[in-house]
Design a protein around this ligand. Structure first.
Ligand SMILES: *Cc1c(COP(=O)(O)O)cnc(C)c1O
Length: 390
């Protein structure tokens, strides 16, 4: 069997034509494709403002800045996420803390969040921003998080890097009904891709305006945002310290072409996941738990090994799958256990027991639209053989 990765982009001739057409056009950056892509997401998410950037990491950074995260502030997120969900706060000079996960959904636990908020209030150390991550595409309980944000006075950034195409209570993720800003990633392993790329969505004109400035050097050509009358038609002003986080026209054109297939891509991810659910039902693994009231974007299919029911260790199962040319992965190493976080902030083993337990058992199986049934059966049969081995 040829190598089967855990995730892979789906690229059509139409996608290729879309990118080539941009290369033959007048604008490679700052042309019409970025607004077109932003409009397509606006429509899909039913949200007022969308800002495209060169990555979700950039979008997370700019989102924190727009919410005035700075030195002395505290940001909370989940330990089971990609490092970018936490690093964005550090870029702004803030500190990071984590909320342990729910052992069923692997998302940030609402119970732990409530406990931690109570304690933090007494100590005067409430977070300025909380960043829930919709792990594997399954939405967090946003209504509860929103209520807590009102009670305790923090802002909410949804890291929905795994979740475009998903729904929470029948509404598209990204509509920001229960958050200030939502972030999507379009890295090639994610649900749809622009190669590198990400967006921030928001209902707030003020936040959108701030993020728009910050993604492009803090420079404006809008005379309403200037401190004094323009000197002439060539004139722009830098009114804030921003970055170059712009998305290119090639990226945006690929995004426009990809988002047209979003619902069919999500549907095929669900079909593959349902097939895994059936075929893995009798193995010594825990298959993903799906909450009823939402529709997952299904970026990842994560199983947990029932280690007390099998002979091989987690590491042995993982290595045997890789040796069989199956590109399994582990999402994620708990962020608080990363050397940088241990060294700089004193986090240690034992700080977030549910996250650490998850890390000892989790494996992401291949899941992407072009995964054939034959390949999927090979993954299932190989796993079955490995688990039965003693
Ligand atoms: C991929 C990912 C990011 C970062 O996305 P980029 O577009 O690669 O910067 C952030 N958060 C989560 C949860 C991710 O999976």
């Amino acid at each position: 069997m040829n190598f089967i990765p855990y995730g892979r982009q789906n690229i059509t001739e139409e996608d290729i034509d879309a990118v080539v057409n941009v290369l033959k056009s007048d604008y490679l950056t700052q042309g019409p494709k970025v607004p077109e892509f932003e409009n397509a997401i606006k429509e899909h998410c039913n949200v007022e403002y969308v800002l495209a950037m060169n990555s979700a990491t950039s979008a997370l950074h700019v989102a924190c800045l727009a919410l005035d995260v700075g030195k002395g502030d505290i940001v909370w997120t989940t330990p089971i996420t990609f490092v970018a969900s936490a690093n964005c706060a550090l870029y702004c000079g803030a500190t990071v803390d984590f909320v342990d996960i729910d052992p069923r959904t692997y998302n940030l636990s609402i119970q732990s969040l409530e406990h931690k908020l109570k304690a933090a209030k007494e100590q005067g150390k409430l977070p300025k921003v909380v960043i829930p991550v919709h792990l594997c595409g399954q939405p967090c309980d946003m209504e509860r998080i929103y209520q807590l944000s009102k009670n305790y006075g923090f802002s909410v950034i949804e890291d929905a890097s795994h979740a475009i195409g998903g729904k929470y209570k029948n509404q598209p993720i990204g509509n920001c009904q229960y958050s200030d800003i939502t972030i999507f990633s379009f890295h090639p392993v994610k649900i749809i891709t622009t190669a590198e790329g990400g967006v921030a969505t928001t209902k707030s004109e003020e936040l959108a305006q701030k993020m728009e400035l910050l993604r492009s050097h803090g420079i404006t050509r809008d005379s309403d945002l200037m401190t004094h009358e323009p000197d002439g038609p060539w004139y722009y002003q830098q009114v804030d310290l921003g970055y170059n986080y712009r998305m290119t026209e090639m990226q945006a054109a690929l995004g426009v072409s990809q988002i047209k297939r979003l619902s069919s891509i999500t549907k095929s991810r669900h079909e593959i996941a349902n097939r895994y659910n059936e075929k893995l039902a009798r193995l010594a693994v825990i298959v993903p738990f799906q909450i009823q009231e939402s529709y997952s974007g299904l970026h990842l299919y994560v199983i947990r090994l029932k280690l007390d029911k099998i002979k091989p260790t987690h590491l042995e199962v993982f290595k045997a799958l890789r040796a069989a040319n199956i590109g399994v992965n582990l999402h994620y190493i708990p962020v608080h256990l990363q050397p940088y976080y241990r060294e700089h902030f004193g986090f240690k083993l034992g700080d977030f027991p549910q996250a650490e337990q998850y890390y000892r058992e989790a494996i992401s199986l291949p899941l992407y639209p072009d995964l054939s049934q034959e390949q999927q059966d090979y993954v299932v049969e190989t796993l079955k053989d490995i688990l039965a081995y003693d």
